[in-house]
Design a protein around this ligand. Structure first.
Ligand SMILES: NC(=O)c1ccc[n+]([C@@H]2O[C@H](COP(=O)([O-])OP(=O)(O)OC[C@H]3O[C@@H](n4cnc5c(N)ncnc54)[C@H](O)[C@@H]3O)[C@@H](O)[C@H]2O)c1
Length: 387
C-alpha cells in the first residue's frame, strides 16, 4: 500500500482540522517515498460544519457517525480526534475491524483500557500511534541522541512542567475538558500526558509516584459552543456547571533506571499562555529545554575544561533530516503544526513499511499507567507503584 486512506473522526474540532491538514500536507516536505495519504472520510457531529469540511478535504465523504467510518472498507486508517472518553470505544472498534489506528492523547481513560487496546493491536498486527506530537520536534531527537550517546552520563534527575491559563480566569466558560464524564482524568490526561511523553521518550519508564491533583475553580459558566480562544462576554444568565476533574497537579516520581522526577502542570497558571519546559541532569552533563525557544536545546558538559564550562545553546538545523525537510537554515523554528505534519508522515511511513514508530499504543499504555497512578495516588494521598 502506498496511498493510505484516512478517516478523521471529530473533524470539525481543533485536532480534527489539524490532522486533516497534516495528512494532506506532509508530502510537500517529506516527498512521496514513504507513501501518501488521502483523507476519504470526515466525521463530524456538527451539522453546520459540512461546507467547511468539504473545502478542507475535497471529495471526502462527510459522515455523522464514527461507526460508518469504522465499517467503511475504503478506510485504512482511523484517526481519532474525539473527546477523551470516546477514545477507548472507538479505537477498540477500529482495531477489531482490522484498521490501523492513530488516536489523540490520552490513549484511554484507564491503563487497563489502554493495555487492552495495545494487546488487540498486537493480535491484529496493525500499526498504531498516539498523538504525542511534542517530542517529535527534531530538537528532542537531538536531546535523545545526546542522552543515548552517554554525553550527559547516567540520568539522575528530570524536572518537567507544562502550564496554560485557559482556566486561569474563574469566569472562563466550562467546556468538555472540565467535565469528568467526558475527560475523566482532566488535566492529568490532557496536559500531564504531554510531560509524561517527554519522560517516556527521553528518560524511560516511571516506577512509582506521588501526586497532588487539585481543582482551583469548582464551577464555571456554560456558554454554548465556546471553544479555545473565544472571547466570551457573559450575560449573567448562564447556567453554571461543576468542574469535576483536576485543574492541576504536582508530582514526585522515580524512574525504573533510578532517576528521580519532579513534575508540575496546570490549566490555571494565569498569564502562562503556553509554558513547556524540561531539565535533565546526568552524571556528566545536563540538558535544558523551554518551548519559548522552540528549536533550541541547552547542553552542559563536564567534558568542557574548567573555566570554560557553561550551557551552550544548540539550534537544531538542517543537519537533522527532519528539520531539513522543512527549512534550509537553523533556528527558523518548527512550530506545533509542523510536529503534527511529522506525525502524519511517520504514521503513513509506518503503515507503508509495516514498521511501528514511537509512540505506539504500547507507549500510550505506559503513559496511561502514569496517569492512573496520579489519580490513585492523589485520592489515597500516598506513593503508588507502577508495574
Ligand atoms: N496532541 C495534542 O497536542 C492535542 C492538542 C489538543 C487536543 N488533543 C486531544 O485531541 C482530542 C480532541 O481535542 P480537540 O481540542 O480537538 O477538541 P474539540 O472540542 O475542538 O474537538 C472535538 C470534536 O469532536 C466532535 N465530537 C464530539 N462527540 C462526537 C461524536 N460522538 N461523533 C462525532 N464527533 C464528535 C465535536 O463536535 C468536536 O468537533 C482530545 O482527546 C484532546 O485531548 C491533543
Amino acid at each position: 500500500m502506498t496511498e493510505v486512506k484516512v478517516a478523521v473522526l471529530g473533524a470539525s474540532g481543533w485536532m480534527g482540522k489539524t490532522h486533516t491538514m497534516a495528512f494532506q500536507t506532509f508530502p510537500h516536505f517529506f516527498g512521496q517515498g514513504g507513501g501518501t495519504a488521502r483523507v476519504v472520510a470526515l466525521v463530524s457531529r456538527d451539522p453546520k460544519a459540512e461546507q467547511d469540511l468539504a473545502f478542507r478535504a475535497p471529495g471526502a465523504k462527510i459522515l455523522k457517525d464514527w461507526q460508518q467510518a469504522v465499517a467503511d472498507p475504503e478506510v485504512d486508517l482511523i484517526d481519532i480526534c474525539l473527546p477523551d472518553n470516546m477514545h477507548y470505544e472507538v479505537a477498540k472498534a477500529a482495531l477489531l475491524s482490522g484498521k490501523h489506528v492513530f488516536c489523540e492523547k490520552p490513549l484511554a481513560d484507564t491503563a487497563e483500557q489502554a493495555r487492552e487496546l495495545a494487546e488487540i493491536a498486537a493480535q491484529k498486527g496493525v500499526i498504531t500511534r498516539v498523538g504525542h506530537a511534542f517530542p517529535r520536534n527534531p530538537v528532542h531527537d537531538l536531546a535523545k541522541e545526546i542522552i543515548d550517546n552517554g554525553e550527559i552520563g547516567q540520568i539522575k534527575m528530570f524536572k518537567g512542567c507544562q502550564h496554560v491559563d485557559m482556566f486561569g480566569d474563574p469566569l472562563a466558560p466550562h467546556m468538555w475538558r472540565a467535565n469528568g464524564d467526558l475527560a475523566p482524568t482532566g488535566i492529568v490526561g490532557d496536559t500531564g500526558s504531554h510531560v509524561f511523553s517527554f519522560m517516556a521518550f527521553l528518560v524511560g519508564r516511571v516506577s512509582s509516584l506521588i501526586a497532588d491533583n487539585f481543582i482551583v475553580t469548582d464551577k464555571r459558566p456554560v456558554v454554548e459552543g465556546s471553544a479555545f480562544g473565544d472571547d466570551n462576554a457573559l450575560t449573567g444568565d448562564e447556567d453554571w456547571a461543576d468542574v469535576t476533574n483536576p485543574d492541576g497537579s504536582n508530582i514526585l516520581c522515580t524512574f525504573a533506571n533510578g532517576a528521580r522526577g519532579l513534575v508540575d502542570f496546570s490549566r490555571v497558571a494565569t498569564g502562562r499562555k503556553f509554558m513547556q519546559a524540561y531539565e535533565i541532569y546526568g552524571t556528566k552533563g545536563s540538558l535544558s529545554y523551554n518551548y519559548d525557544e522552540v528549536s533550541r536545546l541547552r547542553f552542559y558538559s563536564n567534558d568542557d575544561r574548567v573555566g570554560r564550562r557553561g550551557y551552550r545553546a544548540i539550534d537544531v538545523g538542517p543537519e537533522h533530516e527532519t528539520y531539513k525537510a522543512f527549512l534550509p537554515l537553523p533556528n527558523f523554528g518548527l512550530g506545533y503544526n509542523e510536529s503534527k505534519i511529522i506525525e502524519a508522515a511517520e504514521i503513513v511511513r509506518s503503515i507503508t513499511t509495516n514498521q511501528p514508530m514511537w509512540p505506539t499504543f504500547e507507549t500510550g499504555h505506559h503513559i496511561c499507567q502514569i496517569v492512573d497512578a496520579c489519580m490513585t495516588s492523589s485520592r489515597l494521598k500516598r506513593w503508588v507503584d507502577i508495574d
